[in-house]
Design a protein around this ligand. Structure first.
Ligand SMILES: [Cu+2]
Length: 124
């Protein structure tokens, strides 16, 4: 009989496991990429404040209705943006969150209607 010894070291996962999607705008993390979903409805974002840490972020925009298309763009640093997303559609963009601070994001075609929000980057 051969005694099989696990050769992979500890079986301990370095991951704390998937955290449930927070409702407060704090990004969850998968494969080292922070992921956050922002809903656009009528002329507002929900959540209107998104909290991340420096590093890669995948931003998913869901248009929940109200008729108008919406996009999502950070205005305070260069970043990929989510292009116009029609009613019922979901689109995404990835960008790298910069040093800690508070940055603004907008729907570029509805900024005047107050369709703005805050991207808060916390220190690691
Ligand atoms: Cu909009």
């Amino acid at each position: 009989m051969t005694l099989v010894v696990a050769a992979t070291g500890t079986a301990c996962s370095s991951s704390a496991g998937p955290s449930p999607a927070p409702a407060d705008g704090t990004a969850s993390s998968a494969d080292g990429v922070q992921q956050i979903t922002v809903h656009a409805k009528d002329f507002s974002f929900s959540p209107s404040t998104v909290t991340v840490h420096p590093g890669k972020v995948r931003l998913i925009l869901v248009n929940d209705g109200g008729g108008a298309p919406h996009d999502w763009q950070v205005t305070d640093f260069p970043a990929d943006f989510v292009p116009l997303t029609a009613n019922g559609e979901t689109k995404e963009a990835s960008f790298t969150a910069p040093s800690p601070g508070r940055y603004q994001f907008v729907c570029t075609i509805h900024t005047k209607q107050g369709m703005v929000g805050s991207l808060v980057v916390l220190a690691r």
